[in-house]
Design a protein around this ligand. Structure first.
Ligand SMILES: *[C@@H]1O[C@H](CO)[C@@H](O)[C@H](O)[C@H]1NC(C)=O
Ligand SMILES: *[C@@H]1O[C@H](CO)[C@@H](O)[C@H](O)[C@H]1NC(C)=O
Length: 424
């Protein structure tokens, strides 16, 4: 009991940190007060209390210096728990979605809605959801959908992605989609959260409690959860059976491939020390790894407090190329997939403008991506193309982590940010 209160206390502290709420513990009860600049007295606010099913071990750092570091290295395990019991007999079993699969298959489009890292995870899922289901997918940043009052129809399936399930913008977008009659699906890490209660159905990502403000293991688990969702929705299509089988077998070995890529930790620390004084960092990706570029840049921005932009490599000539010189570090993601040769030519163009390149490629491809050794290469294991974003983000998470430590900033509590953004 005491331990439960202690755990709840910590989680509350984390949830409420930097939000305009404060709470007090008194006589065995917790009260949450909202401080409003315009009002004299703080008002009491209602928050649902839940007893967390977790071990105290999960919220200790163990042998790590920071939660973010621990959570990055935990990913082989968190991905395993995301898939546990769901890859069955060569198929996919998602209990929370089973009853609604037929409705989803009949929908006219899928709309992914999220903010920040969760939006990026959905963007990573977009190509394979389109491929495996044949349903057009559109992307919405929750706040922008609300600002525009963008059209949502009864024939839409709206998929809401949020680690905490309490993200205010996402919940407002959910109310909006419910009013418009869409089928609403939640993808969240928090059982019993507002998102999982208010959606019609959904998938829990089961990544375990994430404490570092910068999301790491939740991102990779969200992608895997959405991959399983795409496989389940598309499971009635005979023409893609072989492709689905290949992805399912790729999923089952993914945790071991993630352990492999985590060995780049030392290299990423070294890379971080060569970038520590840079003012800016660009990340170019395309296809399956456009999202990787956005998410890698977001990590660098939010924890290392360094300006960083993720960009679509296909857009390079339409503006960003003007920035290229010998000082600005640029990461190009060029792992093997259908876009590989296009990325090779992007690298050539950047090199001919004396760009300072760091290229991420599949193992054994160093000389194919960088013929004369004038760029730095990060080699990662090659997995099924649509699962590659799960592997590719990990060196960038490690890079952001080490950059933050070297630059002397707070890893787990970045300036001005809160773990779950419960205000608009
Ligand atoms: C490497 O190749 C690029 C383009 O092919 C060229 O611009 C650059 O000068 C070369 N660098 C070295 C060190 O040879
Ligand atoms: C991924 O993991 C599986 C299972 O351990 C292994 O057979 C495969 O070779 C790995 N792939 C890569 C590219 O390391």
């Amino acid at each position: 009991m005491l331990m439960n209160i202690f755990v709840s206390y910590i989680i509350l502290t984390l949830r409420l940190h930097l939000s305009p709420n404060r709470f007090t513990l008194q006589d065995g009860s917790v009260s949450v007060l909202k401080f409003d600049k315009d009002k004299e007295k703080p008002a009491s606010v209602q928050r649902a209390l839940s007893v967390l099913e977790m071990e105290v071990e999960q919220i200790k750092k163990g042998s790590y210096d920071h939660f973010m570091q621990k959570e990055i290295h935990e990913q082989p395990h968190s991905l395993t728990t995301t898939m546990r019991g769901r890859l069955k007999d060569g198929g996919i079993l998602l209990g929370g979605l089973k009853e609604h699969l037929r409705t989803i298959r009949r929908s006219r489009r899928v709309v992914f809605i999220g903010c920040g890292t969760s939006y990026n995870a959905a963007l990573a899922a977009r190509p394979f959801v389109e491929e495996l289901t044949g349903i057009p997918v559109t992307m919405e940043v929750a706040s922008d959908l609300l600002d525009r009052q963008g059209p949502i129809y009864r024939e839409d399936t709206a998929v809401f992605v949020s680690q905490s399930g309490e993200t205010a913008d996402t919940l407002l977008a959910l109310d909006y989609a419910l009013e418009n009659g869409a089928l609403c699906v939640g993808v969240t890490n928090t059982v019993g959260s507002t998102l999982s209660r208010r959606t019609h159905c959904g998938v829990h990502i089961n990544a375990g409690c994430e404490i570092g403000v910068a999301s790491t293991k939740a991102y990779t688990s969200q992608i895997v959860a959405m991959a399983m969702m795409a496989l389940a929705i598309g499971s009635d299509q005979i023409s893609t059976q072989a492709r689905r089988d290949a992805i399912i077998s790729g999923l089952s070995s993914l945790p071991r491939n993630v352990s492999e890529v985590l060995k780049l930790d030392v290299d990423m620390k070294e890379l971080a020390s060569s970038l520590v004084d840079s003012e800016s960092l660009l990340v170019f990706g395309r296809g399956y790894n456009y999202a990787t570029a956005l998410e890698g840049a977001l990590k660098v921005k939010e924890v290392a407090l360094m300006h960083s932009e993720g960009m679509l490599a296909g857009e390079m000539k339409h503006g960003p190329l003007a920035l290229v010189d010998e000082n600005l570090p640029i990461i190009v993601i060029a792992t093997r997939d259908a876009c590989f040769s296009k990325q090779q030519s992007v690298i050539q163009q950047l090199l001919s403008r004396k760009g300072r390149l760091i290229v991420m490629c599949s193992k054994g491809d160093a000389s194919a991506v960088c013929p004369n050794g004038s760029c730095r290469v990060i080699e990662v294991p090659e997995v099924a193309d649509c699962l590659q974003p799960v592997i590719n983000i990990i060196p960038l998470q490690l890079l952001a982590y080490h950059l933050t430590v070297l630059r002397g900033f707070d890893v787990d509590q970045p300036r001005n940010l809160a773990k779950s953004v419960t205000t608009q």
